[in-house]
Design a protein around this ligand. Structure first.
Ligand code: SF4
Length: 475
């Protein structure tokens, strides 16, 4: 994944861009970058944030920078923002999304003489550089951004900083959000400083004293300047915002399309409980995103909420993500600390945001049994994941055959299925067989999944506006 933040002000915006970008740290673990427009041109820096938090990396170098316009990004893949000097002028650019047809777009770009790419790493093109080449192929920034929307298969939201202002362009189908904020501050000398920002996570706005102006519609493009917001291209009709924003990776205090993440999780957990008949002594959530689903479940079922696990956070950087699979699971296990007094002899019901491979969950459950849990019931806040995401760069590191569902289907069918969609239908016997098999494989007392309709109801913005591809396989 990744996150974006940008601000334009009649005063100085460096602190806002620094903290605004930092508030996207949960969306990416690899690179952080900032670019400011200053009197000397662009001041840009990019750092590796795998083992160090974003704030610590940038804190020292921001001292002394003065700027009224800047953008920042957190990235899971390529280093960015990139700074470019083309026939369109000077600009800095950052993107969020995934380009599935990158090879074709690169080939196509070579039809124009003298095009080159400078940011290739480990044989991979830098997605943001490719986007800048597409933009440079047009006569204006507006046409360039529209060309990106037309040509990219996957998804792509863009922030583009020019000496005149920041272009904010939301992905054509709005898979990820972009929200505009505004603040006016009366200075001691009576003048008013006017600032506008654009952010992926709306939760950045409150602490930075911005008020929400509005959320860009799918494909909408605006230009933020010191004077205000200029509409460049209108929103499109069709939207497919990612449901996983609410279920798993969006920040609890953020709101997308009018629905707050934490509130959605309460509603979702409550709906899960209404269809459940499990008898348990306590409900708990797997930290972090499982917690709010579990609170919703507990409030509805009247089974008390408890914390048989707490996270040990003082010494683990959130972004610490070791490369090896074994070390990753070890770190995940070491971060969670059980409270044996709450576990021994108890029937526990845990809500988690999702079950992907299930390996980490099996380790967690085994730890609970080692602490003498009597029963461990697992409830997944989303339906069984049957397909890898092809719109965001979420599931790059895994093959579909690694999914807990696909492994189970292979056990049940004796082979891999090309289209396992029937296993996603809760009314189908095959679905029931798969859920039973996964529960057995992962050593759960019982397992239930949320169904697609209840999850969509909990999001509450109209099923037709939401992407559910990873559960249904439908685009
Ligand atoms: S496929 Fe899944 S993760 Fe990807 S955009 Fe759709 S809902 Fe989100």
């Amino acid at each position: 994944m990744g996150g974006l933040f940008g601000a334009v002000s009649t005063g100085d915006c460096v602190t806002d861009v620094y903290f605004g970008t930092d508030y996207h740290s949960h969306l990416g673990t690899s690179k952080g970058g900032l670019a400011f427009w200053t009197e000397e041109g662009f001041n840009r820096s990019i750092h590796n944030i795998e083992n160090t938090q974003f704030r610590a990396r940038f804190e020292d170098e921001l001292a002394g920078i003065k700027s009224s316009m800047g953008i920042g990004c957190i990235s899971d893949r390529e280093p960015q923002p990139l700074t470019v000097y083309s026939h369109l002028g000077r600009y800095a650019i950052a993107t969020v999304g995934r380009i599935n047809n990158a090879d074709n777009l690169v080939k196509k770009s070579f039809q124009t003489p003298n095009i080159h790419f400078m940011e290739i790493n480990k044989g991979r093109f830098n997605q943001t550089e490719l986007v800048s080449v597409i933009i440079d192929g047009q006569e204006t920034f507006k046409d360039g951004l529209l060309a990106v929307q037309e040509s990219v298969e996957g998804s792509c939201s863009v922030l583009l900083l020019t000496p005149q202002g920041i272009y904010a362009c939301r992905d054509k189908l709005g898979r990820t959000p972009l929200i505009i904020g505004k603040k006016e501050v009366e200075e001691t000398n009576g003048t008013v400083t006017l600032s506008h920002c654009v952010t992926f996570e709306s939760c950045t706005l409150t602490n930075l004293d911005y008020k929400t102006v509005y959320e860009l519609g799918p494909g909408e493009i605006v230009l933020l300047t010191k004077e205000g917001i200029e509409k460049i291209a209108p929103p499109r009709d069709k939207m497919r915002i990612c449901a996983f924003l609410w279920v798993y990776y969006g920040y609890p205090s953020s709101t997308y399309e009018g629905m707050n993440v934490e509130m959605m999780r309460y509603k979702n957990g409550a709906a899960l409980s209404r269809r459940d008949d499990a008898e348990a002594d306590m409900v708990a959530g797997i930290p972090d995103s499982g917690v709010a689903h579990a609170i919703g479940y507990s409030n509805e079922s009247k089974i008390p909420y408890s914390r048989p696990f707490v996270k040990y956070t003082p010494t683990w950087a959130r972004s610490f993500t070791p490369q090896s699979k074994e070390l990753r699971s070890l770190v995940a296990r070491m971060k969670l600390m059980p409270i044996p007094e709450l576990i021994m002899g108890k029937r526990l019901l845990f809500c988690d945001d999702s079950i992907v491979r299930g390996t980490q969950m099996r380790e967690t459950v085994n730890l609970l049994y080692r602490c003498y849990a009597k029963e461990v019931h697992i409830r997944s806040a989303c339906p069984p994941i049957l397909f890898n995401c092809k719109y965001l760069n979420f599931s790059d590191s895994r093959s579909e055959s690694d999914l807990a569902t696909r492994r189970s289907i292979k056990r049940l069918e004796g082979r891999d299925l090309e289209d396992p969609a029937e296993y996603g239908n809760p009314c189908n016997e095959k679905y029931c067989a798969m859920v039973k098999d996964i529960g057995r494989e992962l050593n759960f007392t019982s397992l239930r999944y949320q169904n697609v309709d209840d999850m969509l109801d909990a999001i509450g913005i109209g099923a037709e506006n939401i992407c559910t591809y990873c559960w249904t396989g439908k685009e």
